[in-house]
Design a protein around this ligand. Structure first.
Ligand code: HEC
Length: 203
């Protein structure tokens, strides 16, 4: 689990995996039951593993984009990359795997990443926690399976998600222009920043 959490933390260095990929399918099923990854019943384990794979695949595709933007253009350029490529690249990845994938948080930057109903309780209960205090979860949603995995802040995230003192003036300026309702500030390394989520139709 540690390895997964670390992988996800790395994957989330790209501020890319934005909102849900299939907005039109956003009919909220009732949560029947939830399980930690370890306790996931055998009949749901395949969905859990598919979701894990999708989180990693999206990360692998997007990490190079953010890294290049940060290295070559600095954080302001990287904010633009996040804004412009997060959604298209996430949509593309979701289409390839055939289920909805996204990110969410208790403190949102992009309102389009608001949590779906089944993950709202988890997001609320885990608000303000350390990454080490939460676990990935599987939700049995009846005709669907929901999967959630924590996104933990690391030092580099603070450039764009830290305190006002930690954000460079030009980063604050572009965030104010692009995300007037930005609430994704005040995070430190080790904090739970948000959640990857996937919603898979049962077969
Ligand atoms: C270059 C600035 C920048 C850096 C560095 C950065 N982010 Fe972001 N982050 C953004 C922007 C911009 C968005 C909004 C993207 C969008 O419009 O979907 C965002 C969105 C997110 C979201 C989606 C939820 C929301 O609030 O909209 C999560 C989760 C997230 N970032 C986590 C992280 C983590 C974890 C790190 C470090 C590993 C990180 N970010 C580093 C700029 C950054």
């Amino acid at each position: 689990m540690r390895a997964l959490t670390i992988t996800l933390a790395i994957a989330s260095t790209m501020c890319f995996i934005a909102a849900c990929t299939h907005q039109e399918a956003n009919v909220e099923p009732a949560v029947v039951k939830s399980y930690s990854f370890e306790e996931t019943p055998a009949e749901l384990a395949g969905y859990r593993d598919q979701a894990k794979g999708a989180f990693q695949a999206v990360g692998n595709r997007l990490i190079p984009r953010l890294t290049t933007a940060l290295n070559e253009g600095g954080p302001v350029e990287a904010v633009k990359v996040c804004r412009d490529v997060a959604q298209p690249l996430t949509d593309e990845a979701g289409k390839e795997v055939g289920f909805a994938v996204g990110r969410t948080s208790h403190k949102l930057r992009n309102p389009a990443s608001a949590p779906r109903d089944w993950i709202k309780q988890l997001v609320a209960d885990s608000a303000g926690k350390k990454g080490s205090e939460v676990k990935p979860m599987v939700f049995d949603l009846g005709d669907r399976v929901g999967v959630a995995a924590p996104i933990v802040a690391v030092e580099m995230c603070v450039q764009c998600h830290g305190s006002d003192e930690q954000l460079k003036q030009e980063v604050k300026q572009i965030l104010a222009e692009q995300y007037p309702d930005d609430n994704a500030r005040g995070f430190a390394a080790g904090d739970l920043r948000g959640w990857f989520w996937a919603e898979l139709p049962k077969k």
